[in-house]
Design a protein around this ligand. Structure first.
Ligand code: UDP
Length: 464
């Protein structure tokens, strides 16, 4: 759709990982549908993914080079494409500051920028936007639950107290929530956090609070209590505009070249009347070879049909596993269209790491989750969806702690419960209700639809 001369011009700048880029691309589509002019800043290595995702749209993409061989990162790290690993998160995020001079040149060259929406991790973009008098909004790929709980924990210094990792912590503003230190990842999971990671988090919080607003990929009907808390106690103003994955329906009319063998396999399972469990742990999780083999045994013993995305090529699952399960299981070692898989009629369960995008995509597809959180804020997401909105069951670890090795017996039990048991029926019903509410929030007249319109109007008024 062509933009009008007075259309707002919104510049988007995602962080260099798929989980942070994908929701921003959905946001780009929503803004384009509302006649905004959209420019995306990225690094050259991310360009192909972004341009393929936004093919046939009017979005412009501007490359900002990410210098090689910078001091913050070990030599040999391919730094422009994506976050190399979670262990390099802080140096990588700090190194993005090298892009600042080029970002400022690009902002100077663009005329009439209405606002910059940049990832919360790109702290320094606030300074650049301010220099040019452009409002900056920070985009966050977190649930409100995780944002609010982390704030409460920080303000009340809750984690400096408990001796043991599994001692229960009560969160003052949400007394019904029972957390453990183990629900937090670095840098919060130590008694007195110090060092580069906590410094980064503090700097990020300050820059976010000074920004014009934050963009949240959630919807009011899902997290109203936490949205109220944020609006009453936190800064800056939050704009709840999700689930962003509903900006575009997953295509059910894929071209032959986009229709990989696993989609045909799902069609076959549908024809056989076999419900399928989708197994995937996002783009960052690192799973030990021992745990991968245990998952293989659990899936084999569960006797359910499954499609399992294994991100590390060459991972040994178990001797002869793929051959033995070939009638009812498929292992995929490539990037898949997760939304298309979740939207397939035969997919009836999702064994997931609870990355927030995966949670949202599963809710929107009305597929219940078996939660297996691994790192970052995934443990908090898992608590939220298991205990608050009850659209998930959870895997059992062998030591009973929220972290720990998952044995095949426990996995088999919970997979069968999700796919066939009474608890599975309960979460399936609930996820259907929230999936419906998500659709309504995003359609014309819905809560997220209104909020995005209000944001655009407000930004437009600032410019006029
Ligand atoms: N994804 C995908 N294909 C893959 C792996 C991941 O489409 O093979 C997408 C998935 O649909 C989601 C994102 O990548 O949109 C992963 O984000 P999430 O927050 O779930 O997890 P992260 O990768 O950030 O841990």
């Amino acid at each position: 759709m062509a933009s009008s001369p007075c259309a707002p011009h919104i510049v988007l700048f995602p962080f260099m990982s798929k989980g942070h880029t994908i929701p921003i691309l959905h946001l780009a589509r929503l803004l384009l549908h509302r006649n905004a002019t959209v420019t995306i800043f990225t690094t050259p290595a991310n360009h192909p993914f972004i341009s393929a995702s936004l093919a046939n749209t009017n979005a412009s993409i501007i490359d900002l080079p990410f210098p090689e061989n910078i001091d913050e990162l070990p030599t040999g790290v391919e730094s422009t494409d994506k976050l190399p690993s979670m262990s390099l998160f802080v140096p990588f995020a700090n190194a993005t500051k090298h892009i600042q001079p080029d970002l400022e040149k690009a902002l100077e060259a663009l005329s009439n920028v209405t606002c910059l929406i940049s990832d919360g991790f790109l702290i320094w973009t606030l300074e650049s936007a301010t220099k040019f008098g452009i409002p900056r909004l920070a985009s966050y790929g977190w649930s409100y639950y995780s944002m609010c709980v982390c704030r409460e924990v920080g303000v009340n210094r809750l984690l400096s107290g408990p001796e043991s990792d599994d001692e229960i912590l009560t969160v003052p503003s949400f007394p019904w929530i029972k957390l453990r230190r183990n629900d937090f990842d670095e840098p919060f999971n130590v008694r007195e956090p110090k060092g580069p990671h906590i410094d980064f988090v503090m700097e990020q919080s300050i820059a976010t609070a000074k920004s014009y607003g934050i963009i949240m990929n959630s919807f009011e009907e899902l997290e109203s209590k936490f949205i109220d808390y944020w609006n009453n106690k936190c800064e800056p103003k939050a704009w709840t505009v999700g689930p962003l994955c509903l900006a575009e329906q997953p295509s059910n009319k894929l071209q032959p070249y986009q229709n990989p063998k696993w989609m045909h396999w799902l069609d076959k399972k549908l024809a056989q009347g076999s419900p399928v469990l989708y197994v995937a742990f996002g783009s960052q999780a690192e799973i030990s070879p021992k745990q991968l083999r245990e998952i293989a045994i659990g899936l084999e013993e569960s006797k359910v049909s499954f499609l399992w995305v294994v991100r590390k090529s060459g991972s040994e699952l178990a001797d002869g596993f793929e051959e033995r399960v070939k009638e009812r299981g498929i292992v995929v070692r490539e990037w898949v269209d997760q939304r298309a898989i979740l939207g397939h009629e035969c997919v009836k369960g999702f064994l997931s790491h609870c990355g927030w995008n995966s949670v949202m995509e599963s809710i929107c597809a009305k597929v219940p989750i078996l939660a297996w959180p691994m790192m970052a804020e995934q443990h908090l997401n898992a608590r939220m969806v298991v205990e608050e909105i009850k659209v998930e069951l959870r895997v059992e670890t062998s030591n009973g702690s929220v972290r720990g090795f998952v044995k095949w017996q426990g996995l088999k039990k919970m997979v069968r419960e999700l796919m066939e048991g009474e608890m599975g029926k309960g979460v399936r019903k609930k996820v259907g209700e929230f999936g419906e509410a998500a659709r309504k929030a995003m359609e014309e007249g819905g809560s997220s639809w209104h909020t995005l319109n209000q944001l655009i109007d407000e930004l437009q008024a600032l410019r006029d």
